[in-house]
Unconditional design. Structure first.
Length: 133
């Protein structure tokens, strides 16, 4: 297949600040190991980082801009650190180079089974009473 530009007038150019997202993020399956919150945080950090990959946004500011609870921000940051995508030294973030294959995948949460489905509290007490009877 021959590729051709669809919109010549809007051809992207490398901006004078930090560069675009490294395609290896997808090709080497980093992105497959990240939650939506971690992907959101990573994209934001890529967008605001300087040429060295450094940026500073306070936790309250990140939570507000990304619509994340503080615990979700912490978890997302830990995912990015575990995969060597960012380094964090309060208050600075550094987006890191993708120099090697990603570390082993993060443990996945077990899938819910039919027995795990939510129950009303009254049904739980009813089940307990039946079991004890």
């Amino acid at each position: 297949m021959t590729k051709r530009l669809i919109s010549v007038g809007k051809l992207r150019k490398v901006p004078p600040q930090f560069s675009w997202i490294d395609q290896r993020l997808c090709r080497e399956h980093y992105i497959d190991q990240l939650s939506h919150a971690a992907c959101t945080l990573y994209l934001f950090l890529l967008t605001v980082a300087d040429v060295q990959g450094l940026s500073f946004y306070s936790e309250p500011s990140l939570c507000q801009r990304l619509s994340l609870a503080p615990l979700d921000l912490h978890t997302a940051r830990q995912e990015l650190i575990q995969l060597d995508l960012v380094a964090y030294g309060h208050p600075l973030y550094q987006v890191l180079a993708l120099d090697k294959a990603p570390r082993s995948p993060l443990p996945q949460a077990p899938r819910m089974t039919a027995a795990d489905k939510p129950m009303a509290l009254k049904d739980i007490f009813k089940h307990i009473a039946e079991t004890l009877a």
